[in-house]
Ligand binder design. Structure first.
Ligand code: NAD
Length: 503
């Protein structure tokens, strides 16, 4: 395979950013890590180091949290009227929109993802996200009510609620949709008047650093947005354990989410967790196969399977099983695998060699157990290319069918009736997404009620919208992101009770 000479393909703006020194953005200023540590950033399509980022130390984490705390109480932010916060968010959206191409290029170079994918999901979706959430800044209302207070019959009371910013938010993001995740964490912070310390994934921190530059350029007051880079076990852990943090907003693996929940509980911090998944995709007897077969293929091969909701367990009615398996394998075998910056590529490399080794180990474990494996090979040459895998004949309890792989690996199973399908679909510790494919409305309703997942799709998969709350059941998360719920979770509700004169 020929790999693109990625740096040469970049726009001047993206290239200039890649060549700039990368520091920590704390209190409106850029600084190197106090311990002098740095981390190499690798282009997954070539395997080459493209730049280095700072590795924040404890002193840096302390400084970032202190800057965020100061900004939270500073009148430059605390007294800013809601419509002015909204205006700042709209300016940030405009600034991102003005450079979607270079942001997408940086993201593709850093994450390996397809340029079409980073344009849509890392560059353009954040613009829409900021514009959607900006409107909430001036709509954060409480309620008023007449109270009964039955044990004081001669008195009258009125009640009211008011929302306040929850405080300093620690936001930690994964490497699969880096800029989008960073903006999804930032937007409700700005809308509600909170402040943030953002730590992006160490593998893909570049666009978060560019986002920090844009925040400064549009005039967000110093200290409101702080971005520190570093490892999860280092800066990430120090940040979530920091006593100056009021809320943790984490997206990442279930294992790290569990550690964060324990740490947050110890200090009564608020938190929400968007975690892993092993999402079922159920093709029922009444499905339209022309729709379901490509739907199933792209539910797992899109973004090289590096989606938290990827449809990694395909359950097919026995009547359609052979046709669906053959159809999905045909798509898997015809996919053009190549560098993310090549517009002809349909599947890009995995995020790193280390990750590819993990994905490959899951496929090999299935092969060793006697399953019928199509594809699933590490491709020769530089970079971390991996061919999509479709596995049949695996025991549903096998670790490859139960653990999140986060790669283009589909496990297929057949079922005889809907009861069996629902039982299989729910046989997982995760509960993030699920889809059902059917032309029968009663069947759709039945699955919608029975599937244990935060989001259930009907005749589609992996679609998210800003207006829909997004969150996981079971071990896939706590709380919700996006929509009204995602914004309100950044507020503290205070109840007020006022005695009124008797008539
Ligand atoms: P990860 O949990 O290893 O890392 C995520 C982030 O947490 C990174 O920034 C990392 O540096 C940091 N981190 C790691 N250890 C930490 C610790 N002990 N304390 C604090 N921070 C720590 O996950 P990943 O491999 O980067 O991302 C893939 C995972 O993210 C998958 O499980 C995927 O399903 C999940 N994910 C979930 C959603 C969702 O919305 N539910 C979306 C995208 C990804």
């Amino acid at each position: 395979m020929t790999t693109a000479n990625d740096l040469a393909l970049l726009s001047d703006k993206a290239r200039a950013f890649i060549h700039r020194d990368k520091g920590l953005f704390i209190g409106g200023e850029w600084r190197a890590a106090s311990g002098g540590g740095t981390i190499g950033v690798v282009d997954p399509s070539s395997g080459e180091e493209i730049t280095r980022i700072a590795d924040a130390s404890k002193a840096d984490v302390d400084a970032a949290v202190a800057a965020a705390r100061r900004a939270l109480g500073d009148s430059a932010w605390a007294d800013l009227q809601p419509f002015r916060r909204e205006a700042l968010m709209l300016r940030l959206a405009d600034a991102i929109e003005a450079e979607t191409r270079s942001l997408a290029e940086i993201e593709t170079l850093n994450s390996g993802k397809l340029i079409g994918n980073t344009m849509l999901f890392d560059a353009e979706l954040p613009v829409h996200s900021l514009r959607y959430v900006a409107g909430w800044a001036s709509r954060l209302n409480g309620e008023t009510m007449d109270l009964s207070v039955p044990y004081l019959p001669d008195m009258r009371f009125s009640g009211f609620t008011r929302r306040y910013p929850v405080g300093v938010v620690a936001a930690i993001t994964p490497w699969n949709v880096p800029l989008c995740m960073a903006v999804w964490k930032l937007a409700p912070v700005l809308a509600t008047g909170c402040t943030i310390v953002l730590k992006p994934a160490e593998q893909t921190s570049l666009t978060a650093l560019r986002l920090a530059e844009l925040c400064a350029e549009v005039g967000i007051p110093d200290g409101v947005v702080n971005v520190i880079t570093g490892t999860g076990a280092g800066a990430g852990r120090m940040l979530v354990n920091h006593p100056g943090i009021d809320k943790i907003n984490f997206t990442g693996s279930t294992e790290v989410g569990r550690e964060i929940a324990v740490s947050a509980a110890r200090n009564f911090k608020k938190y929400n967790l968007e975690l892993g998944g092993k999402s079922p995709l159920v093709i029922t007897e009444s499905a339209d196969l022309d729709q379901a077969i490509p739907g199933a293929a792209w539910a797992i091969f899109g973004n090289s399977g590096q989606n938290c909701c990827a449809g990694s367990r395909m359950l097919v009615h026995e009547k359609h099983y052979d046709a669906v398996l053959a159809g999905v394998r045909e798509i898997a075998g015809s996919i053009k695998i190549g560098p993310g910056l090549d517009p002809q590529s349909q599947v890009a490399p995995l995020s790193s060699r280390l990750h590819r080794d993990r994905v490959s180990a899951h496929v090999e474990a299935a092969r060793a157990s006697g399953a019928d494996v199509f594809g699933g090979e590490c491709l020769d040459g530089p970079g971390s290319y991996f061919s999509p895998a479709v596995i049949a004949g695996l025991d549903h309890g096998h670790s490859t069918a139960q653990e999140e792989i986060f790669g283009p690996v589909l496990c297929a199973f057949s079922f005889a009736n809907d009861d069996e399908a629902i039982a299989l679909a729910n046989q997982t510790r995760f509960g993030l997404g699920a889809s059902v494919w059917t032309r029968d409305i009663d069947c759709a309703d039945r699955y919608f009620d029975a599937l244990e997942a935060g989001t259930v799709w009907i005749n589609t998969h992996n679609i998210l919208d800003l207006a829909m709350p997004f969150g996981g059941d079971k071990e896939s998360g706590v709380g919700h992101e996006l929509a009204r719920e995602g914004v309100l979770s950044h507020t503290r509700l205070r109840s007020g009770i006022k005695a009124r004169p008797s008539r």
